[in-house]
Design a protein around this ligand. Sequence first.
Ligand code: NAD
Ligand code: 572
Ligand code: ZN
Length: 355
Amino acid sequence: MSDTNLSAVLFKAKDLQLVERPICEPGKGEVQLCMQKVGICGSDVHYWQEGRIGDRFVVQAPMLLGHECSATVTKVGDGVTHPKSVGDRVAIEPHGVCRKCDACKTGRYNLCPDVFFLATPPDSGALARYHVHGADFVFKLPDNVSFEEGALIEPLSVGLHACRRARLSMGHRVLVCGAGPIGLCAMLSAKAFGAAAVCVTDIDSGRLEFAKKLGASHTLLIEKGQTEEQVAAKVAETLGAAPDRTIECSGAQFSVNLGVYATKPGGVFVIVGHGPSKVEFPVVSLVAKEIAILGSFRYINTWQTAIDMISCGKINVAPLVTHRFTLEDTLAAFETARSGVGVKVMIDCAKHEKK
Ligand code: NAD
Ligand code: 572
Ligand code: ZN
């Protein structure tokens, strides 16, 4: 029986359709994948609703969404030695890089100027029945790591990379701003790095309850009328001392100020969240406390670490999935993600025979 390649194609803002497309053959160094689970990220919802993120990333041609994915290998192109077997269960790192530039050669391939990244215009995504991907960015899953966990390795990787950037280590007190999927993954990562206490903030009490259940040692609700200095004092009170490390995952101007005020003198403040393209910093406090502020962009070499940490039980991302849909119900899945209920919406791309 010949198979089809049902795909979620974004034609322009607000125009997401399920379309049959040809199944591509893998080229040299590539694998053909039968997609299993694809999580919806905030950026997918943003491209769907706005057709762009800022002025640089604009949907100008039909593209697929989806960059949080797991799959099964269905064909292997020439020269591929790993993963080599049809039937291998895998997680997909959304990157493709040039391997020649200074960034690639110095191991910082996330900064490659020629980077390919799934579901970031002009690059298409992988929310389809089949997808072809560079074999060097596909990682075999052990039997005890589910396809959903495999798809969640992408947001987890954002958290792991932020902790690596922060040089987070054993005994650190940590502040995480924002309890969305990325803040939650930063919290789980910080704990796995040996943090003694992690305080998560949000403006949404439901999200904080979720963070607490997932393992945050402390949570703090940000309420209207509070100043950043007042909240910084509360953070220190909550954690027993000012945080050694702060990871910003909300994109809010408030959190940027809070990070500077709250982080202990000589501490590190890592910014992951993207809000307005320009924000203000309390520069006097930043200078006087010698706070190191670092950006954190996607990830480098986190997939195998994440797989091993999930497999050995030291990180549990599975509870992040709160809503599940089939590929055929992609539009309902996106509406659910847009509504903001729950945390992670997961799409099952496998073909299910009608009963
Ligand atoms: P999300 O929107 O689901 O979560 C953001 C959370 O921040 C929400 O729960 C929201 O209620 C909360 N929030 C809003 N204002 C706040 C405030 N003043 N204080 C505390 N919390 C507040 O988004 P997400 O998917 O978790 O992603 C988080 C951010 O990380 C986004 O800005 C996203 O673009 C960015 N991101 C960056 C990278 C990177 O590589 N740097 C990768 C992925 C996502
Ligand atoms: O998981 C990857 C990812 N990256 C996000 C957001 C959501 N998911 N980032 C925020 C937006 N930037 S960007 O450089 N861009 C639109 C490509 O502004 C990338 C990182
Ligand atoms: Zn994402």
